[in-house]
Design a protein around this ligand. Structure first.
Ligand code: SF4
Length: 225
């Protein structure tokens, strides 16, 4: 039903019942709905979330629903609030959505860097063909950032669990920028990860891994395509 509703352009909104441990199917749906379709609502005065279940519901209890929903989706409640606020603004046409893009954006306790919107893949499921937003952050770049701009945006790499080269594109297309920024992050005591489609060597026509020795702590390679 959720899939059909989304095909028709509807948002999917979750209320108190998603906090009920026995609502197994509903909780599965809550994990699967893409960010750009997600909403959260109170349903007051009915359907109070756990631990207020059985009491008269009120909007202030929405936080309990938000905590459970964030936990199910493996994100922070701040991420969930950003995502659902953006969707509510779009749906109800209230407020101004953020039109300027971000080159450094926080998800959970990691800082992600948006270095390019270009990619050597064209995955059918890729978010960049559907929306400019990832977890409520506008990532549609007007211009690719320089190394200096990225360093300024990071400020303190130690304030995060890790700094991740990611964005809605393939970061290894900007190897020189990765090297410069990573060098500064490592010198500043931070951790570096790269989210890549694995095309680095193909893009540059050589084995680039030795060039990243001491600069990058971890690689995440997406095999989805
Ligand atoms: S590799 Fe990533 S950025 Fe590139 S098209 Fe696929 S999902 Fe999108």
């Amino acid at each position: 039903m959720a899939k059909k509703a989304m095909e028709l352009g509807f948002y999917i909104s979750f209320a108190g019942p998603v906090t009920f441990k026995k609502a197994i199917e509903l909780r599965e749906v809550a994990k699967f709905v893409p960010d750009e379709f997600l909403l959260i609502e109170t349903d007051a005065p009915y359907l109070s979330p756990v631990p207020m279940r059985g009491k008269r519901n009120e909007p202030s209890y929405l936080k309990h629903t938000a905590w459970v929903l964030a936990d199910l989706r493996g994100i922070s409640v701040t991420d969930l609030a950003r995502i659902t606020t953006l969707n509510a603004m779009k749906l109800f046409k209230i407020g101004e959505t953020k039109e300027t893009s971000e080159i450094a954006y926080r998800i959970r306790d990691s800082l992600y860097l948006n270095v390019t919107n270009r990619c050597t893949n064209k995955c059918g499921f890729c978010v960049r063909f559907r929306t400019s937003y990832v977890k409520g952050h506008n990532l549609r770049l007007e211009k690719e950032p320089t190394a200096l701009q990225l360093i300024k945006a990071i400020k303190d790499p130690k304030a995060y669990k890790e700094v991740v080269f990611c964005g809605i594109g393939e970061p290894m297309l900007r190897l020189d920028v990765i090297k410069k920024v990573s060098k500064w992050i490592k010198e500043s005591g931070g951790q570096v990860r790269i989210n890549s489609n694995g095309h680095g060597n193909l893009i540059h026509g050589r084995n680039v891994l030795p060039e990243l020795k001491g600069l990058v702590d971890r690689f995440s390679i997406s095999l989805d395509a």
